[in-house]
Structures are given as C-alpha cells and as structure tokens.
Design a protein around this ligand. Structure first.
Ligand code: 2DT
Length: 220
C-alpha cells in the first residue's frame, strides 16, 4: 500500500505564573494521555536536576551560597535565562523526541517564562525575545491564568525569590503581551478536574492536528 506519512508528536506547553497549577496539571495530563495510548514525555524548564539546573535552583531559593552575590542578581539571572547552549540544547532535545519517535511532550515553562520573568526584572523585552528566536515552537501553549491575589493564597507562595505579588503581576502582564493564536488562556480558578478535562481535550486535538505538520520555529 501507499507509504504512511511520518507522524510526529506534539509539543504541548503549560505556562503560567507561580502557583497556577502547572505541575499538577502536567502530571495529570501525561497520565491521562498515556492511559489513552499516546506516547508522551513530561519535561520541565528549568530542569532542576541538571548541573545548571542546580545552580538555578539555588538561585531561585536564594540559598546561602548565592547570597554572596547579593547585588549581582541581574548577572546570575541573565545566565539562568539566556542564550548559552542551555535553552537551545533543550530545544534540540524536544525536536528529537517529537520528530524521531512520534512522542508528544508536555513541557512546564519554556521561552515565554524566560522572557516574562526577565522582562519583569526590567531587561529589554526585545532583547529577551531575541535570544529565543529559532527555538522549537510549541504547537499549543496553555496559559494557566490565575489572579495573582488567588495565587498568593495558595500553599507555598512566597517560598522562592520571584513569589512576590507585585512581581508576579508584572510577569502576568508580560505573558499576556505575548498572547497569539497558538496560546490559549485557561481559567485556573476552576477546579483541578475541570481544568484537567479542558486540557485533555485540547491536547488530543493538538496531537491529531500536528501529526503530519512540520515542526515550527519560534518567531521566524
Ligand atoms: P518552577 O520550577 O516552580 O516552575 O519555577 N524562570 C523560568 C526564569 O527565571 N527563567 C526561565 O528561563 C525560566 C524557564 C520562573 C521556576 C522559576 O524560574 C523562573 C519561575
């Protein structure tokens, strides 16, 4: 018979401010997609288990060894966010997983977080964006949108460096400025199960739609 077109996996991104439910929803989504027979991997950015990730983790938790750099936050942050090989290596891995094996990936945070948090710190928006041009573009970005005053009430808010309400408000508006056709705003005030059902439906639709479409690059 005729050759089957190569089917690729979808790149499904969960974005949002802190405590918006990304990790909970990503885990449930991955489990549900697997239960339905989809091949799927779960990744997060930053991955706090890699060597660079450990440095980022220490930075985000403001632990002792980085307190020595007080006043030098900007520099550490730029290293966290940017061009180096870090984001691009991550993107290359995503590309390989999606295309080579037809596996879909559910990713927590990506370039939009990098840009939103960097821009909220006062770095130039275009500059923040420029370092991510050409990375693999998500097929769909699900922005879990929670009013910051609600996030502030959730367990653990305030534990990390960026978990301050004014800062998070700024981050949220940076995110919303990047809204585009492949970004869906999800009302994160709903119950865990309501949100889950919404995400499953969108993920399945995206996986079907993207199977035979080429991968895309960010902002090209
Ligand atoms: P979580 O591990 O709780 O998601 O927090 N961040 C993330 C940056 O500052 N730059 C980046 O490029 C990315 C991807 C957002 C991770 C924190 O790290 C911030 C919150």
């Amino acid at each position: 018979g005729p050759l089957q077109p190569l089917r690729r996996g979808a790149f499904i991104l969960l974005e949002g401010c802190d405590r918006s439910g990304k990790s909970t929803q990503a885990a449930k989504l991955v489990r549900q997609l697997k239960a339905r027979g989809c091949r799927v991997e779960h990744m997060r950015f930053p991955d706090r288990t890699t060597p660079i990730g450990k440095m980022i983790d220490a930075y985000l938790k403001s632990t002792q060894e980085l307190d020595d750099h007080a006043g030098n936050d900007e520099k550490i942050f730029v290293k966290v966010k940017v061009p180096s090989s870090f984001t691009s290596r991550f993107s290359v891995r995503l590309k390989l997983v999606c295309s080579a094996s037809g596996t879909s990936i559910v990713v927590e945070r990506y370039a939009y977080s990098g840009i939103a948090f960097s821009a909220a710190k006062g770095l130039d928006f275009s500059w923040c964006k420029s370092s991510d041009v050409g990375l693999l573009a998500p097929d769909i970005t699900l922005f879990l949108d929670l009013p910051i005053c609600e996030a502030g009430k959730r367990a653990g808010f305030g534990d990390e460096r960026y978990e301050k309400e004014d800062f998070q408000r700024n981050v949220r508006s940076q995110f919303l400025d990047m809204k585009h056709d492949d970004m869906k705003i999800i009302d994160a005030r709903k119950t865990i199960d309501e949100i889950h059902r919404e995400l499953v439906a969108i993920a399945i639709e995206t996986i079907k739609k993207c199977a035979t479409l080429p991968l895309k690059d960010l902002w090209k």
